[in-house]
Design a protein around this ligand. Structure first.
Ligand SMILES: *Cc1c(COP(=O)(O)O)cnc(C)c1O
Length: 237
């Protein structure tokens, strides 16, 4: 596996999908989903031109921060399920928390950010396909949670994120990407005092990031297409 070649290939596909959709490729950020990758792999990826890392477990985030594995990256994001009792390990240590899915979590983030005297950038995670097995706020509850977020002085709402079902074949998730795009535009319109901050629509993974770009994603989260298939987590092996 050639990391540098994979990164270039994914970037080229993003750019081509953007151009096909009449969009400026510079509007789309590639966030590498670095779960289960080692410190050295993350360092090599950054060296090879990767700019944004997304971590989905608190424990892995802390270990990589401790080892300074993200040195040279422009941004580090948290993209996984975040438990309220672990916010102090994440708030202020990442540039963007993509996965805020409850008022309780939002309030805990606000409290910790206030304590640190910072403003934490966040996205709201939407359960766009209504999957019972997944986290994320229901589409009809997004407006209320967004209002709550913009009323908090130490939280800055930057947009929405979604993890649709595993894509089985081309076009399978287009409907969800279209719905997310509408919800994003709607939410932005209804929150007048926050319009300029709302510039991030995070959707699309290895199997469908080009479709997501075609439907308006401004950030795609890609793991397998960059790093190859993931080995099972040690604790699951
Ligand atoms: C792992 C992960 C991805 C990337 O998945 P791939 O299919 O490997 O590209 C994207 N988003 C989240 C939240 C993830 O945990």
């Amino acid at each position: 596996m050639d990391l540098k070649q994979n990164i270039m290939a994914v970037k080229e596909k993003i750019a081509a999908a953007a151009v096909r959709a009449g969009r400026d490729p510079a509007q789309i950020t590639l966030c590498a989903a670095t779960k289960v990758q080692t410190d050295d792999t993350i360092r090599a990826a950054i060296e090879a031109g990767l700019e944004v890392c997304g971590e989905n477990r608190v424990q892995e985030l802390c270990a990589h921060l401790e080892a300074d594995a993200y040195a040279g990256a422009r941004e580090v994001h948290f993209i996984g399920h975040l438990q309220t009792n672990k916010v102090n390990k994440v708030v202020g240590r990442v540039d963007l928390i993509q996965s805020v899915d409850s008022l309780r979590l939002l309030e805990a983030i606000e409290k910790q950010a206030e304590k640190l005297g910072i403003v934490q950038d966040i996205l709201l995670e939407v359960n766009i396909a209504g999957e019972l097995s997944k986290g994320g706020v229901a589409p009809e509850d997004v407006q209320d949670l967004a209002q709550a977020a913009v009323s908090m002085p130490h939280v800055r709402l930057r947009g929405l994120m979604a993890i649709p079902p595993v894509a089985h074949g081309p076009g399978a998730n287009t409907q969800y990407f279209v719905k997310m795009r509408r919800l994003f535009v709607d939410t932005k319109d209804k929150i007048a005092d926050n319009k300029n901050d709302m510039n991030c629509l995070s959707m699309g993974m290895s199997g469908d990031f080009e479709e997501a770009v075609a439907q308006g994603a401004t950030l795609v989260r890609v793991g397998t297409a960059l790093f190859g298939p993931r080995p099972p987590r040690p604790e699951q092996a």
